[in-house]
Write a protein that binds this ligand. Structure first.
Ligand SMILES: [Cu+2]
Ligand SMILES: [Zn+2]
Length: 137
């Protein structure tokens, strides 16, 4: 991954690191930081009957296209966030939403951050859940 991709991917991993302990309810949220420890927004996760709805508010993120994934380990250590591990992939699929043998459950559409570095968006990932012990097809 390029540094930019690592940034966005790690954003979610960071959020999950903070979110997992609070998953008794059907919501979780976290503040997001970049690799330098600067605050760059927040994410709110809501469990729905069809997957996890993610409301993302980014500020001060470099403009351009960023990959966005759920990673397998809820732990985000700078400077490279490799502690987050690979993409969440409990079913041993291949990477990519367009891959015939894919996708990873953690694969999601790329984020397109405009000039100014602010982005608000909601995305539903139908392949993950906040509930422990309940698989999602
Ligand atoms: Cu990633
Ligand atoms: Zn992947």
């Amino acid at each position: 991954m390029t540094p930019k991709q690592v940034l966005a991917g790690a954003l979610l991993a960071a959020s999950l690191a903070a979110a997992w302990p609070a998953t008794a309810a059907d919501k979780a949220s976290a503040l997001l930081k970049d690799t330098n420890g600067n605050a760059v927004g927040k994410i709110e996760l809501t469990d729905t009957p069809k997957g996890v709805l993610m409301r993302l508010e980014l500020t001060g993120v470099p403009a351009g296209e960023h990959a966005f994934h759920v990673h397998e380990i809820g732990k985000c250590e700078p400077p490279d966030f490799k502690s987050a591990g690979a993409h969440f992939n409990p079913d041993s699929h291949k990477h990519g939403l367009m891959n015939a043998q894919g996708p990873h459950a953690g694969d999601m559409p790329n984020l397109h951050v405009p000039e100014g570095g602010k982005l608000s968006l909601e995305v539903l990932n139908p392949m993950v859940t906040l509930r422990c012990g309940t698989g999602v097809a």
